[in-house]
Design a protein around this ligand. Structure first.
Ligand SMILES: Cc1cc2nc3c(=O)[nH]c(=O)nc-3n(C[C@H](O)[C@H](O)[C@H](O)COP(=O)(O)OP(=O)(O)OC[C@H]3O[C@@H](n4cnc5c(N)ncnc54)[C@H](O)[C@@H]3O)c2cc1C
Length: 456
């Protein structure tokens, strides 16, 4: 039966208006933030509000062999939520339930809530949800779980996986399973909760998440260093992380600094080669010692200016500048967005290697980094109207990932493989791991309907 012949069954099985086929609306669900020009055109969009509606949708997909692309807020930078021709897009944007349990210090949420909304709800109960992707105001918790999102404070507080205690997942055949729960420790059976974190929508649809919350973050002191070279700044990162675990240690190069200054006009140093933003939220003497250490390390590594502030608003202004880097660099042209990470001692080699690739391929590459994690975002800028430059940008895209693999690192620290980086995954993990990945996929999604083209 053709899709158009079977779609009325789905329309009839779901509340009125939940299935959308209007081409203008569907156009908004083709691409994610990676803006892949090869994005397909979906056949229809479903915006469920309950787990039961997700189950109905997946049962219909299974019965009619229709591929399904799960979409949170569409901020993926790796093409993970890009549509496929003829697919059904399942958007979680209307799955917005939330409850906070102060006794267990957990939040149980539907996947469509934004990260910022979960943080705000936790704060109302005097609690804190730490993972803070730069996109925290615009990305969903379901997307964060599916990509194992990181962020700025993750250098000290860990990534999304460190906060997911339980999940409800709808499988490809429409069954809903519960994994984990509100308990902090759980050794019962295989770690299937962990398997679904970072699974990028290829194993099932996450319909509910139970998150661990912490007491509020103590107020932080911020240390900013302005450096005459990227190598001095990256050496300073190593000198800091060898001695302490800061609450944030972020890197911006000259291209990203200037792009952010063009956007925000906040007086960033346009002539700096690199800027480091460090934070300590340790209390009392320990905090003072961490701030003093970062100041001393920045100075001894040649920073031309170093200053520290305990004013939260001033510190937040620098963090906001760093978070604005991707939107700011997007204004320079089309982007190929990297997310490569390496063990910390290899960070200088990665940053210098990216500069060499930029020279060889004659393309601008802005670099921002969650430097304390060794996780960098080289942003390759190109003009899609210039075929030669586009080809050089694509070569650079591959070479940056090859470099990270050669340095024993990863092609993606937090954005996921998506559709855009899967060509490099076998080089990183090897044939046996790819086979294992394919076997898990086949066991849970034998017809290959869930997010086809992602990871595998
Ligand atoms: C300006 C900017 C800054 C960013 N900074 C960071 C950063 O600091 N750290 C970071 O980690 N990321 C960052 N990102 C990337 C992006 O925001 C994250 O990958 C985020 O986790 C994606 O969430 P989303 O809701 O937009 O997911 P989407 O883009 O909609 O989907 C992402 C992936 O998750 C899958 N998915 C979504 N919801 C579900 C679900 N309920 N069940 C199963 N699969 C699902 C999709 O199929 C897709 O594979 C940034 C993006 C932008 C635009």
């Amino acid at each position: 039966m053709s899709l158009s012949a079977s779609l009325p069954d789905l329309v009839a099985a779901l509340p009125t208006g939940m299935v959308v086929t209007d081409a203008d609306i569907l156009a908004g669900y083709r691409q994610d933030r990676a803006q892949d020009p090869a994005a397909g055109t979906p056949a229809a969009l479903v915006r469920p509000t309950t787990t039961a509606e997700v189950q109905t949708t997946l049962r219909w997909c299974a019965a009619h062999a229709v591929p399904l692309v799960t979409r949170g807020a569409g901020t993926s930078l790796s093409g993970g939520s890009t549509a496929v021709d003829g697919a059904l897009v399942l958007s979680t944007e209307r799955m917005r339930g939330l409850s906070i349990d102060s006794a267990t210090r957990t939040a149980t949420v539907q996947p469509g809530l934004l990260n910022a909304e979960v943080k705000a709800a936790a704060a109302e109960h005097g609690l804190w949800y730490p993972p803070d992707p730069s996109s925290f105001e615009i990305c969903s918790i379901g997307g964060n779980v599916a990509t194992n999102a990181g962020g700025l404070c993750c250098v000290k507080y860990g990534v999304t996986a460190d906060y997911v205690l339980g999940l409800e997942v709808v499988l490809a055949d429409g069954r809903a399973v519960r994994l984990g729960g509100k308990q902090i420790k759980d050794s019962a059976g295989l770690s299937l909760t962990r398997l679904f974190v970072g699974s990028e929508g290829v194993l099932g649809v996450v319909t509910e998440v139970t998150l661990r919350l912490l007491p509020p973050q103590p107020s932080a002191c911020t240390v900013v260093g302005i450096f005459p070279s990227v190598s001095a700044a990256s050496a300073a990162v190593l000198a800091v992380t060898e001695q302490i675990r800061p609450a944030m240690l972020e890197f911006m190069d000259a291209v990203s600094l200037n792009a952010v200054e063009d956007l925000l006009h906040m007086g960033l140093p346009r002539d700096a080669a690199a800027l480091l933003i460090g934070q300590s939220d340790a209390s009392g003497a320990a905090g003072q010692a961490e701030v003093a250490l970062m100041q001393q390390v920045f100075e001894s590594h040649g920073a031309t200016e170093v200053f520290a502030t305990d004013d939260p608003a001033e510190g937040e202004a620098f963090a906001a500048a760093r978070r604005a880097a991707i939107p700011a660099v997007e204004k320079l042209g089309s982007l190929l967005l990297e997310d490569v990470g390496v063990p910390l001692p290899a960070l200088p080699a990665l940053i210098e290697g990216v500069a060499a690739i930029s020279d060889t391929q004659r393309v601008t590459i802005a670099v921002v980094a969650h430097a304390g994690d060794g996780n960098t975002h080289p942003l390759i800028v190109f003009d899609p109207a210039d075929a030669d430059q586009t080809q050089r940008a694509q070569l650079a895209f591959g070479q940056v990932m090859d470099l990270a693999i050669a340095l024993d690192g990863t092609i993606t620290g937090e954005h996921g493989v998506g559709r855009l980086k899967k060509g490099w995954l076998p080089d990183q993990v090897g044939a046996d791991v790819m086979q294992m990945t394919a076997a898990i996929k086949a066991a849970l999604d034998p017809d290959g309907l869930l997010n086809p083209g992602v990871i595998l």
